[in-house]
Ligand binder design. Sequence first.
Ligand SMILES: Nc1ncnc2c1ncn2[C@@H]1O[C@H](COP(=O)(O)OP(=O)(O)OP(=O)(O)O)[C@@H](O)[C@H]1O
Length: 617
Amino acid sequence: MKPTPEQKAVIGSRAPVVSLCGPGGTGKTETLALILHSRKDRYPRVLLLAYTNKAVVNMQDRFKGGAAGHERARVSTFHAWAWKLLKNADHEALGYQCPLKLTPGINASTIKNQADAAGISTKGELVFLQKVYTQHLRRGVSLATACKHLKTCPTQRKILNNVHAHCLSTGHIDFDHIPFLLHRACQDPDYAKHLTKVFPCIMVDEFQDLTAVQWKTLKILIDHGTHFVGAGDPYQTLFRFAGASHKRFPELWAMRGCESHMLTKNQRLSRQILNLSNEIRGQIRQHLPGYPILPQSSSTKGEKPIVVVNRKRHMHVRGVIDRIQHHIANGITLKDMVVLVRQDKDASSLVKSLDLEQWPYISHLKNHEPTKSINIIQVVLKIHYGTATKDEWAAVLKALPGVGKTTTTRVLNLVNENRWTTDNISNEGKRVRDVFQKFANLSYAINQAGDDLTTALNAVLDFVRTMDKMPDPYTDPTIENLFRNARATGVLGEILNLDSFGHYVNHGVPDTNDFLTIANIHQYKGGEAKVVFFLAPFPSFYKTHGTFKKQNQVIDEMMVLDTIITRSSRFLYLFFPMGFKSWQNLKPQKSAADFIMPTPPETYNLWTIVNHEEEQS
Ligand SMILES: Nc1ncnc2c1ncn2[C@@H]1O[C@H](COP(=O)(O)OP(=O)(O)OP(=O)(O)O)[C@@H](O)[C@H]1O
């Protein structure tokens, strides 16, 4: 691969702070790989942070094959990197009475326990309490400030203060605590200086997705001398709900010594797809002025994007399957195709059809039922972390050999009353003691394994193997992904984030390397495929979320659509659930279709799907 002049300029930059901005497909990630390579002799260590576990795995794959592979580079999510540092940090200096224990799900379960104790049990109030607590952590503000900002009442404040006190006294922390605590640790100038020495160069892909507290932490390191490269696209800020902001780039540009680079030559999109993307970006820009978005170019010719309209989802599914068959007949493999959705349930009828037709696929949808093995592995891990619900405990106890009804009831009572401490258990009968001993042995093995996550996972799998009526987990094809992700992220608890690895269904097809990908666009960010299908949501989705009532949300949806469009290098199909006549009359739908309709008709081809069966009947 020959870098373009724009890419060469960034690679050759010696500025301490570099901003690399460009629309989807302009080669930002590729350029980061080249910068990494070019800087390998300049720094003893380079850290590259990516937003999702999937992005980390992709990046590691890209570096393995590409020029960048060298031992001094480390690719990680912010959380995995920060957790490795926090494990060795002085917990007392951070206000904790015990060493930190990463316990995924602990925030939600402690908030629930405290709320139960205070007699609060409505779902709405619980969700609100979680929102306040999460905001305090993600924004890097004190709990008191978050409480004030979100106008909590004295009871709610008391509950949240108790949650906070519980974490400090037990050392339990959740994922959201990780960046918050690293930020706190970096406020000590000696620690920040130390980190700057250890990480003299940090690069971030999808820079706009950093949360406020993550960015504040990196800014401290930059101020202490860490060199920095932030690559991304403010128009792909899809994680605003999780704390991302299109303002990150202006904040980066305002840093002292920042050199700003733009990539404008699109390496992925054909000219025809680029035209459509530029139209949507033009609309985004009307709402978000202030970003110097230069005209893009592309040298690849391709097909015009195709807009397909039909009111029925099952007709879209037929259309997708028909087009897949067409492309396979023309030499494109399933592996080069992806079906993208905005919300997971939009893919459910497609998944049913694929199962019926026995087509192999990998689904990155959150609502895809995990295999029995993955399910039980997650529950066993939750027990290890102390966050399993009573039902989850019951499911495991049911499958443990030699555990009858009486033992199960006794164990569940102890768990329910939160009384399964060593002292309490020693007074119990042998069977109950045996059950807890099994879990204690497992926890010991996991803790002993430390950073060696393969060993830790094997301990969990071996535990599952001893259970009755469970398939052998080692024969589950998804397990390989699980190990791969665990190794990539370096954090065992990430396995509880089901969406971090795909759900693979190969239906016994001999070539296990050829499958269709189905994903939510938030999961597929940064990905690319030759053929991209988008199954747009029905207008009811936007109505439920009040999207068209708030400008910010309309912009979010435009960004979602542009991110989907820019995943495709050759063929793009956008399926909208609406009638052909409504499209011809340009009747607004209050849905994603409204962003395509105003574009010049020559930007795309308009198709509909005719149901011959219905016509015949
Ligand atoms: N100079 C180049 N010559 C040829 N191909 C390139 C060049 N730079 C990048 N590419 C290819 O173009 C495609 C898009 O690159 P990349 O994924 O780095 O874009 P990106 O800007 O990070 O996209 P996104 O915003 O969607 O994540 C990849 O297939 C990459 O290998």
